[in-house]
Design a binder for this molecule. Structure first.
Ligand SMILES: Nc1ncnc2c1ncn2[C@@H]1O[C@H](COP(=O)(O)OP(=O)(O)OP(=O)(O)O)[C@@H](O)[C@H]1O
Ligand SMILES: [Mg+2]
Length: 262
C-alpha cells in the first residue's frame, strides 16, 4: 500500500510570552492511501496541533510533512477539514455553505449547473436534501455536523481530516453519525485522519489508533492496529472478545501509564 500522508521527525514549538513551548516532538507517522487512522490522547496533548500541521493551517518548527509525496506547504483542496465547532457561516443556508466550498475547488472549470449538482449530491450523501434551504440556526447540532461533513466531502478530497467531528453530540446521534461516517468513507475511499476522545468511536472506525503521550513535548506513545473485519456491527462488537481486548488496550494506555505520569 502507498504511503499517502507522511510525517518525519515533526516538531512544533510555540513562541509564547513565557518563552518557547514545545507542543510536539519526534512525530513519525505514515498513513496509507484509503486508511482510517484515529488520533487519541488526553485534552491538551497536541492532537489539534498535529491535525493543523497536516491541513497546512500551521507550519512545523522542524521535520518533514508530505501528502502524496509532496511537501505540505499550506491548505489545499486535496485535504478537507471538519472542525469540532461546525464552523458554518450563519448567514448562509446549508446549500450555500456547501456550494461555497464546491465553487472554490471546481469553480474555475465547471458550470454553475454542475456546481449546484455537486452541492446537491454532497447534501444527499449525508441525508440533508430536505434541509438544504435551512440556515444553521434552524437545524440541530447533528445536522450542522452533517453539513460540515457534506462540505468536506463535496471537495472530493484525497484526505479527510476530522477534529472531534462528533464531540458535541448526544450519544445516540453520535452513534448514528459514526455508522454513517464509516459507510461514507468506505464508499468514497478517501484517506481519513480523525481526532477523537472517544475510545469506542476510535476502535469502531479505525484501521489504526495513534495514541499520544501527554504534553508538553507530546509524541506518539503507541500505535494499535484494529484488525476487525468490516463492515463492523456496533451491537455484535459490544460482546466480541477481540473488540473488548483492543478497547481495553486503549483504555490502559490512556488511564494507566499516562494518567499516573500526568
Ligand atoms: N497558538 C498557540 N500558542 C501557544 N500554545 C498553543 C497554541 N496552540 C496550542 N497550544 C498549546 O499546545 C498544546 C496542545 O494544544 P492542542 O489544542 O493541540 O491540544 P488537543 O490535544 O487538541 O486538546 P483538546 O483535546 O482539548 O482539543 C496545549 O498545551 C496548548 O495550550
Ligand atoms: Mg483539540
Amino acid at each position: 500500500m502507498k504511503r499517502y500522508v507522511q510525517l518525519e521527525n515533526v516538531q512544533k514549538v510555540f513562541e509564547t510570552k513565557k518563552g518557547r513551548f514545545v507542543a510536539l516532538r519526534d512525530i513519525n507517522l505514515s498513513v496509507h492511501e484509503g486508511e482510517f487512522v484515529s488520533i487519541i490522547g488526553h485534552s491538551g496533548c497536541g492532537k489539534s496541533t498535529l491535525l493543523n500541521l497536516i491541513t497546512g493551517l500551521s507550519t512545523a518548527s522542524d521535520g518533514v510533512l508530505l501528502c502524496a509525496g509532496r511537501e505540505i506547504a499550506g491548505p489545499g483542496p486535496d485535504r478537507a477539514v471538519v472542525f469540532q465547532n461546525h464552523s458554518l457561516l450563519p448567514w448562509m443556508s446549508c446549500f450555500d455553505n456547501v456550494y461555497l466550498a464546491v465553487e472554490r475547488v471546481f469553480g474555475a472549470q465547471e458550470s454553475k449547473t454542475q456546481l449546484r449538482q455537486r452541492t446537491h449530491d454532497a447534501l444527499k450523501l449525508v441525508g440533508l436534501t430536505d434541509a438544504a434551504h435551512k440556515f444553521p440556526h434552524e437545524i440541530s447540532g447533528g445536522m450542522k455536523q452533517r453539513v460540515g461533513i457534506a462540505r468536506a466531502l463535496s471537495m472530493q478530497p484525497k484526505v479527510l481530516l476530522l477534529d472531534e467531528p462528533l464531540g458535541a453530540l448526544d450519544a445516540l446521534t453520535r452513534a448514528h453519525l459514526q455508522d454513517e461516517l464509516a459507510k461514507l468513507v468506505a464508499a468514497i475511499g478517501c484517506t481519513t485522519i480523525m481526532v477523537t476522545h472517544d475510545v469506542d468511536e476510535a476502535v469502531l472506525l479505525s484501521d489504526r489508533i495513534v495514541m499520544m503521550t501527554n504534553g508538553p513535548a507530546a509524541t506518539i506513545g503507541q500505535i494499535l492496529e484494529i484488525d476487525i473485519p468490516r463492515p463492523r456491527e456496533r451491537l455484535a462488537l459490544a460482546q466480541d472478545a477481540h473488540y473488548l481486548r483492543l478497547r481495553g488496550e486503549v483504555l490502559r494506555f490512556l488511564y494507566g501509564r499516562q494518567y499516573i505520569a500526568a
